[in-house]
Design a protein around this ligand. Structure first.
Ligand SMILES: [Zn+2]
Length: 115
């Protein structure tokens, strides 16, 4: 159906524009932990000062997993978690947007009463 197709295409463009801004999007949580290292005779560990490390917790096929995150990647991972929330919002908006756009398209079409 033509009307439906036009409204769908507009939604798709909006969706793609928003999706493009959401790289990277991920799910998980980032936490800082303090651990001793594996080096022998580490002065920091000898003093009892542990080393800060970042851990990403995530779920893989229902199983909780953890991964060390290099310091350099922390800002990107943080951004990814924030984008993951925005992506979820986008997903929630997409269904209603499709339905509303379809209705508007129907209302605009001559000789067509809404469904
Ligand atoms: Zn150490």
């Amino acid at each position: 159906m033509k009307a439906s197709n036009e409204s769908t295409q507009k939604c798709k463009k909006d969706y793609e524009r928003q999706l493009a801004k959401l790289w990277p999007a991920l799910k998980g949580s980032l936490a800082q932990v303090f651990k001793p290292c594996i080096r022998k005779n580490c002065p920091a560990c000898a003093r009892g000062d542990k080393h800060a490390a970042w851990i990403l917790s995530y779920t893989d096929q229902g199983r909780r997993r953890c991964l060390y995150v290099p310091e350099a990647l922390v800002p990107l991972i943080r951004q990814g978690i924030e984008n993951g929330r925005k992506l979820e919002q986008l997903l929630y908006r997409t269904g209603p947007a499709l339905v509303k756009a379809h209705r508007q398209q129907i209302a605009k079409s001559p000789g067509n009463k809404g469904e």
